[in-house]
Design a protein around this ligand. Structure first.
Ligand SMILES: C[S@@+](CC[C@H](N)C(=O)[O-])C[C@H]1O[C@@H](n2cnc3c(N)ncnc32)[C@H](O)[C@@H]1O
Length: 264
């Protein structure tokens, strides 16, 4: 039986449920899903993953995506600990996050470009709020701290707009352009008017910034992108856990021996 806990888009959750061999796919969010038809092995639940987990079976995989800005650092620690405790020995965790910082490598936009400014300002505001949106930078270390091993990291360039030559990146950029034009003003409005640094922005200031952003991302000469990161790691098997405990025990004994006072 393959049990998966998912915090990702409904579409991916549904696709995953149809993969042969996956017995149960559980999607969780604070809000109900927009879909009403679900395959029988796909369960959508409204739940808060920061509360104590009450699922009876352990999971083979916990996958989460775009959760940056959802939790404070202590909440992230608690979350990874619950993942660790509720994944089967040898099972996996996988997380994908984008970083809101906007980058440009070829000097095609000036440093005061509004998209670059947008990224920096939102990151500062999220830090000010205590829920970092740059969580992609922390995932590997925090998973390691929770006890996961065999951790892999993969980075993806995520163009904003269809300026890339590579057809896949071009398509990703085209889709990302629509995300920016439809969703980013809401994001900026929340972060900057509530937690803007050094002072909260006015609604009008945010509207002016976002009007400039929308104009700039239409220009195919502006080669701007974000970085998305995928990190995945494994819970040690029972044998690995046993070996780890033994090594820890031996190290502790060695320390005790070294700390013993010398006889006069
Ligand atoms: C940026 S959206 C990403 C949605 C989805 N993971 C995706 O990749 O399309 C973040 C989601 O996390 C959910 N969320 C935030 N805190 C949560 C919590 N404590 N428990 C469950 N879901 C939570 C929000 O309701 C929101 O739908």
């Amino acid at each position: 039986m393959f049990q998966t806990l998912i915090k990702t888009s409904i579409f991916w959750t549904l696709e995953l449920a149809e993969v042969p061999g996956l017995s149960t796919v559980r999607g969780v969010d604070l809000y109900p899903p927009p879909e009403t038809w679900l395959p029988p092995n796909c369960i959508m639940e409204v739940d808060d993953v920061l509360q104590e987990w009450t699922w009876r079976d352990q999971f083979d995989l916990v996958h989460l995506r775009q959760m940056m800005g959802s939790f404070t650092i202590p909440e992230w620690n608690k979350f990874y600990k619950q993942c660790y405790d509720n994944i089967k020995p040898g099972g996996w965790i996988e997380q994908m996050e984008g970083n809101p910082r906007v980058r440009c490598d070829d000097g095609s936009v000036p440093d005061d470009n509004s998209c670059l400014l947008f990224g920096l300002q939102c990151c500062d505001a999220a830090d000010n709020w205590g829920r970092p949106v740059t969580w992609a930078d922390n995932m590997k270390d925090e998973m390691e701290k929770a006890g996961f091993v065999d951790i892999h990291v993969k980075e993806y360039q995520w163009p904003i707009g269809a300026w890339a030559k590579d057809p896949i990146l071009k398509e990703a950029g085209r889709l990302h352009y629509h995300q920016w034009t439809s969703g980013m003003e809401g994001w900026a409005m929340f972060f900057l008017t509530k937690y803007g640094v050094p002072e909260p922005w006015t609604v009008e200031e945010v509207q002016v910034l976002m009007a400039k952003v929308r104009k700039e991302i239409q220009n195919p000469r502006n080669h701007i992108y974000q970085v998305a990161r995928r990190v995945w790691g494994r819970k040690p098997t029972a044998e690995e856990e046993e070996a780890r405990k033994k090594t820890k025990g031996t190290e502790a004994k060695d320390k005790e021996i070294k700390a013993e006072p010398k006889d006069n």
